[in-house]
Write a protein that binds this ligand. Structure first.
Ligand SMILES: Cc1cc2nc3c(=O)[nH]c(=O)nc-3n(C[C@H](O)[C@H](O)[C@H](O)COP(=O)(O)OP(=O)(O)OC[C@H]3O[C@@H](n4cnc5c(N)ncnc54)[C@H](O)[C@@H]3O)c2cc1C
Length: 650
């Protein structure tokens, strides 16, 4: 990787935008089938990105070892994805093209993503749907049997393919089927219940990992010719998020500490439609899918006294007449209405609640109301579209969403930031690749709904299997690396020392308590809106909390057994460091864009005010020691295809 004067080279192929990927595939280096038989690849993660990559690499003839911490690859967080996956098929004849999906995604990300990557993503979107249909994914179909689609935020057409509210589950089962085919062929070996805790570098290249067997506690070593990280997002740094409880940032953080650059860490997506927090002992948030905004209307009362009555429980939503309701997204953004992108909807919800119009006891909720749609379409059709979401809402809140509008409030959902990768999805460490949510690649400052599954599967099925060959072509003469060498000894030692340190504290406060305290700092000062003073305070408070953690955290038991508190402690220890980088990145980016809203930089109407002159770059940070300022590298964003403008959804 060429790094000159802190400017990164993303290795974007030559040619017009719609020929770049074809050019890359045509001219990249190839590995012969015979040589593939001798090459080993480690994939960490079995979500949509990892499972699809491992299956495809196995099919190509590489020898693949794939790791996950859950008891089966099928339990990766991707299984939770609800609403759908985008593609520019234009089956509805509503004007979609690859180019339009590309433009919507660039605009959705507030002009903070790389044109070439985003175009490739849009270009591959249709192949993903074909591939998944061929695998037998039961996408929703219309009466005539054709694939059905619906709308998601930030688009004026219906390009989202779905399987009720279980799209991630169905796609993951497809990828898992493909993975198992390669297991049977002997090309893929799965290591479930393994926590990968370190990356091993040999001659500056990624050549192995250190993993802890979560059942026995045994520390194990594995080597390979390349390592692929597909470990998902780090939203759990905020404690409350829609992510699976075990989703973490540990391995990408450890890669960062070994020299991989970390890009745009402060771009954290806050989703408008989560079920509001309802108690002290709640441990995570539940998402109500964005798909509900196809038919749901978001509102609060027009009059503050009515809102107060709602808060005190004196009246109910249905007591408020339609003309007394403020459908504030439709009012503020008539063109996109309830389907504005997530960052915009979240801020609008917050604005109404901050102004006193919230509708629940705490004043931190708005209504998501499907009653008009139920009247128009009938319950049967609504159930066809959303049944499991309605059931889930009722189970969690004990309220019947067919009779009374759902209540929602924004919550942390997705991380656009992640390891910096070039066009080949390689990090700044040769041989270390990052795919899916754990890289930063395609979504800029805000991801559009239904685009994460698209990206994870594009990365795993179509991009990485090609680009990794270009790298491995230079590795064909390298024999398998023994694991009893100094590099492995040192990497293992680092892991064991950290674990021992966790057992040697005064043991006064639980891991969860520390995590919750971190979440509070992050939500209040590095959350939906940020300012210089708050960010500086956050950095200081995170440092103090980190110190406290290492003195006082309680980790019971030993390392040589199943020990979930130890697993959690290792993750929270990493979150306590990553949190500081998020705040630092947010402090340095003196503009507002997408999810990153700096109060000092806003328009009169309270919208983001970008500074293209000074910040049209991906900020990629290099580790420089704890408690020290990281070093900034820039991946300059050039827009040749897209006219950069004010991002308006009005
Ligand atoms: C509730 C919810 C609904 C969503 N709905 C949609 C939707 O409708 N459409 C859409 O496009 N996107 C949606 N998303 C986003 C999308 O689901 C995720 O971005 C995507 O699934 C991430 O996939 P991934 O393969 O990158 O990572 P994940 O699915 O998070 O998988 C991570 C994998 O890494 C493994 N792992 C992590 N760390 C380690 C370690 N240290 N050692 C070993 N293994 C490790 C895990 O075991 C797991 O297998 C949704 C997200 C949420 C939270």
């Amino acid at each position: 990787m060429e790094i000159e004067k802190n400017i990164l080279n993303p290795r974007i192929p030559e040619g017009p935008i719609d020929k770049k990927w074809t050019n890359f595939k045509t001219y990249c280096k190839l590995v012969s089938p015979a040589n593939k038989e001798n090459l080993e690849i480690i994939v960490v993660g079995t979500g949509l990105a990892g499972a699809s990559a491992a299956a495809t690499l196995g099919e190509l003839g590489y020898n693949v070892k794939v790791f996950c911490y859950s008891d089966t690859p099928r339990r990766a967080h991707s299984i939770a994805a609800q609403g759908g996956i985008n593609a520019a098929k234009n089956y509805r004849n509503d004007g979609d093209t690859v180019y339009r999906l590309f433009l919507d995604t660039i605009k959705g990300g507030d002009y903070r993503s790389r044109e070439a990557n985003v175009f490739r993503l849009a270009e591959l979107s249709n192949a993903i749907i074909d591939h998944c249909v061929a695998q037998g994914i039961p996408f929703a179909r219309d009466y005539a049997g054709y694939l059905d689609t619906r709308s998601f935020g930030g688009a004026l057409l219906a390009r989202t393919f779905y399987a009720r509210g279980q799209t991630g589950q169905q796609l993951l089962l497809g990828a898992y089927g493909a993975l198992n085919r390669q297991v049977k062929r002997g090309k893929v070996k799965i290591y479930p219940r393994h926590d990968v805790l370190n990356i091993v570098l040999y001659n500056g290249k990624a050549r192995g990992i250190i993993a802890r067997d979560l059942i026995t506690g045994e520390i194990k070593r594995f080597s390979a010719h390349a390592v692929v990280l597909a470990t998902g997002g780090y939203g759990n740094v905020y404690f409350y998020s829609t992510n699976a409880k075990n989703s973490n940032g540990s391995l990408i953080w450890r890669a960062y500490k070994k020299g991989a650059l970390f890009a745009n860490p402060c771009f954290v997506q806050i989703h408008p439609t989560c079920i509001p927090i309802h108690g002290e002992y709640q441990s995570k948030l539940t998402l109500m899918s964005e798909s509900l905004r196809n038919d749901g209307r978001v509102w609060v009362p027009k009059d503050i006294e009515t809102a107060k009555k709602l808060q005190r429980g004196e009246i109910k939503a249905n007591d408020i007449k339609p003309e007394d309701r403020d459908y504030f997204l439709e009012r503020r953004y008539p063109t996109y209405g309830n389907l504005v992108p997530r960052d915009i909807a979240s801020r609008a919800v917050k604005e109404r609640c901050d102004a006193g119009f919230g509708v629940n006891k705490t004043g931190r909720a708005v209504f998501l109301d499907l009653s008009d749609a139920i009247k128009k379409l009938g319950i049967e059709e609504i159930n066809r579209r959303y049944l499991n979401l309605f059931q889930m809402y009722e189970k969690i809140t004990n309220e019947n969403p067919y009779e009374t509008p759902m209540m929602i409030y924004p919550g942390v959902h997705y991380t656009m930031g992640g390891l910096w990768v070039d066009y080949l999805l390689m990090t700044t460490i040769p041989g270390l690749f990052a795919i899916g949510e754990c890289n930063f690649s395609d979504h800029g400052a805000n991801r559009l709904g239904a685009s994460a599954l698209m990206q994870g599967l594009a990365d795993g099925y179509f991009i990485l299997p090609v680009t990794i060959g270009d790298y491995l072509a230079s590795m064909i003469k390298e024999p398998p690396l023994p694991t009893d060498i100094e590099e492995f000894n040192n990497a293992e030692k680092e892991v064991i020392e950290e674990i021992e340190k966790l057992f040697s504290t005064k043991k006064t406060e639980t891991v969860d308590n520390f995590h919750k305290r971190l979440g509070e700092i992050m939500w209040n000062k590095v959350g939906m809106s940020r300012n210089e003073k708050g960010l500086k305070e956050a950095i200081q408070e995170i440092r103090e909390l980190r110190e406290d953690f290492w003195k006082n955290v309680i980790v019971p038991g030993t390392m040589n057994e199943l020990n979930q508190e130890l697993e959690k402690a290792l993750r929270v220890a990493d979150f306590l460091e990553l949190a500081e980088l998020i705040a630092y990145d947010a402090l340095h980016r003196k503009e507002s864009c997408g999810s990153h809203f700096r109060e000092e930089y806003q328009t009169i109407e309270g919208e983001c005010l970008r500074d293209d002159e000074n910040f049209a770059y991906v900020a990629a940070w290099k580790f420089n020691g704890l408690d020290k300022e990281p070093i900034l590298y820039k991946d300059i964003l050039e827009f040749k295809e897209v006219k950069v403008g004010i991002r308006s959804y009005k």
